[in-house]
Design a protein around this ligand. Structure first.
Ligand SMILES: Nc1nc2c(c(=O)[nH]1)N[C@H]1C(S)=C(S)[C@@H](COP(=O)(O)OP(=O)(O)OC[C@H]3O[C@@H](n4cnc5c(N)ncnc54)[C@H](O)[C@@H]3O)O[C@H]1N2
Ligand code: MOO
Length: 581
């Protein structure tokens, strides 16, 4: 694996930033971090790092600092001011790339290594533009290009350095921030994927998710997974003819002579009936050979000498279940895309199926975030009791996923980066809090830095509008739930089923709808997610005023109702059931 430890880096961090109105652009903060620090974090493994620009006292002393001459003479002058070794690769970076990561730089280095003739590898952004200052160079090639300018480096455009032979690497998530609008977009995390309502959000997320690999798993351990192939019966049901009642196995039309043997369920005591014979048989016991029918106890009389007769006043009926009466081998019990619930497991067992091809169950890591959140012990001033961490797993399981682990994350600069790097053994990460745009809300920045695809940036709903749903490069889904507990739970119940559907290729269920009695009292401008309970007439009643900072408002409620704008009394609205215990 390529590492950056053998390479050098030059970070261009001066410039007049005319389009920014002359501010110190590298020092601007995007998602809680100076853009310069994002660039420096990406190159931190390099053997030498040089920042070109005005001297900054707060940089690590190990980082070299130089200044171009004349000051403000542009990036070519800046690169020529930096020490560059001829024998090492050199990464050249701007300091207005808030989402650049070491992975991107490794990709550039890999591309350079792959083509021995290439002098440099340049990133290409989503619009197909070459990013001159997101590049990996052979040190000797960069020095040669700079030397060829014979000192005329001031105010040269970067393309004056363009080598004869170079390769390009498409890079997403590394928007540069040239204009105040770029910066605003990066700061607000606004990528334009705002869902019109929760069902739109589910659809957008489902489409973005990567399916989990198909595994062959034991039926007994498959609960919560999704069938990746039809569930086909391996054996007939019943596999042999069995009695459906406690009664008598008989041969012929009767009357019958009762034999002494008794056929019990599960017994393999072998005997055969001759025409005119009867033998006592238990429900579920297989018929002895020679038996033509079963007659239940209630339908017979036993006379003198053990002679058995069908009573004259009862229907003539065979109380046996014949082989294959329910299904024969090859019968499709459930289609691919069916969620494996207890009925599917049970039917598979009835069909003598031991293993299934399946995806999932989805393993979820739960993260509760925020410095103020306190799990145990007395609250200190300013602390908030963690009222979600201990119960969120229950909500996750109710949705049909496995809550495999749980953690509390402090508000540190790289906490979310590490979380996303370290939780690779789950299929989805559910994060509570940190979805907002506050100074401490780091999730969106970390998502951008990992190169995550933001499937849903926000949702037009209340509460829960600030939620974010993303897909990491390795396929993990990330659900960022708003920190207010009611918003977190309602959003989870709406969105996690979509994660399960998308990752396990489950056929989505048609949402459950029911008439809402008081829609006109509770409608808003966007879809409202409100606790609801069912009235004796079958319609549903929503609470209007709901405090979102605790779950007390969910006590005694059966569901969260999704009330779209414009809903009228009696309209069908989506009902998302709350967990039952
Ligand atoms: N300027 C604005 N600020 C906020 C807005 C807004 O539109 N403009 N929306 C508010 C709403 S509504 C919500 S919801 C939150 C969403 O923000 P975050 O997802 O970043 O959540 P946090 O700030 O981390 O937490 C919000 C709130 O919830 C409490 N919390 C978090 N986790 C727990 C827990 N495990 N147990 C109990 N309480 C928890 C946290 O202490 C905060 O009070 O943004 C609003 N701000
Ligand atoms: O939007 Mo917050 O999600 O209302 O509680």
């Amino acid at each position: 694996m390529t590492t950056l430890s053998g390479s050098e880096a030059v970070v261009v961090a001066g410039g007049r930033a005319t389009r920014m109105g002359g501010v110190d652009k590298p020092a601007l903060v995007v998602e809680g971090r100076r853009m310069l620090d994002s660039a420096l974090a990406a190159v931190s493994a390099c053997r030498r790092v040089t920042v070109v620009g005005p001297h900054r006292d707060d940089l690590d002393p190990a980082i070299g600092q130089v200044q171009e001459t004349p000051v403000g003479a542009g990036p070519v002058a800046a690169l020529s001011a930096a020490p560059i070794s001829a024998d090492a690769p050199v990464l050249t970076l701007a300091s207005d790339l808030p989402f650049v990561t070491a992975d991107t730089l490794v990709a550039l280095m890999d591309a350079l290594h792959e083509d021995p003739d290439a002098e440099a590898a340049f990133a290409v952004d989503a619009d197909g533009r070459l990013q001159f200052l997101l590049a990996a160079w052979r040190g000797a090639a960069l020095t040669a290009r700079l030397d060829s300018l014979a000192g005329a480096v001031a105010n040269q455009p970067m393309k004056a350095l363009l080598p004869d032979r170079y390769v390009t690497v498409p890079v997403s998530g590394t928007t540069d921030c040239d204009t105040p609008e770029d910066l605003h977009r990066a700061r607000s995390g606004h990528t334009g994927v705002v869902a019109a309502d929760p069902s739109d959000a589910r659809e957008m997320l489902r489409k973005s998710l990567q399916p989990l690999p198909v595994r062959r798993i034991q039926v007994r351990a498959a609960l919560g997974a999704t069938l990746a192939a039809p569930l086909v019966a391996a054996e007939a049901l019943p596999p042999v003819a069995v009695s459906a009642m406690d009664g008598y196995a008989v041969a012929g039309d009767g009357p019958w002579t009762l034999r002494s043997e008794i056929r019990r369920a599960g017994s393999d005591h072998g005997f055969a009936l001759a025409d005119g014979d009867a033998a006592r048989i238990a429900t579920g016991a297989h018929l002895p050979s020679g038996a033509t029918a079963v007659v239940r106890d209630e339908y017979v009389d036993i006379g003198e000498g053990g002679v058995l007769r069908r009573r004259p006043d009862v229907p003539v009926r065979d109380d046996a279940r014949r082989r294959g009466e329910d299904w024969l081998p090859g019968f499709v019990l459930a289609q691919a895309g069916t969620g494996i619930d207890p009925a599917v497991v049970s039917a598979a067992l009835s069909g003598e199926v031991t293993d299934v091809e399946a995806r999932g169950p989805v393993r979820v890591h739960i993260v509760v975030s925020g410095d103020e959140i306190r799990r145990d012990g007395p609250l200190r001033e300013g602390q908030t009791r963690d009222s979600l961490g201990p119960v969120l797993g229950q909500f996750v399981r109710w949705c049909g996923a496995d809550a495999v682990s749980e953690a509390h994350l402090r508000d540190t600069e790289d906490g979310f980066d590490r979380l996303l790097q370290e939780t690779t053994d789950v299929d989805a990460v559910v994060v509570v809090g940190a979805t907002g745009r506050g100074a401490a809300d780091q999730l969106r920045g970390a998502l951008a830095r990992t190169g995550a695809h933001i499937a849903v940036e926000r949702v037009r709903c209340k509460p829960g509008g600030s939620q974010v749903a993303a897909v990491l490069p390795d396929g993990r889904a990330v659900l960022g739930l708003p920190g207010n507990p009611v918003a977190a739970v309602a959003t989870l119940l709406v969105m996690l089923p979509a994660v399960i559907d998308g990752r396990t290729c489950r056929t989505p269920r048609v949402p459950w709808t029911a008439p809402l009695a008081n829609a006109s009292d509770v409608v808003g401008e966007v879809t409202r997610l409100l606790p609801a309970r069912q009235l004796p007439d079958g319609s549903w009643l929503c609470d209007n005023a709901i405090r979102t900072s605790h779950l007390a408002g969910l006590i005694g409620r059966q569901a969260v109702a999704l009330v779209p704008p414009g809903a009228a009394d009696g309209d069908l609205v989506e009902i998302v059931p709350l967990p039952r215990i």
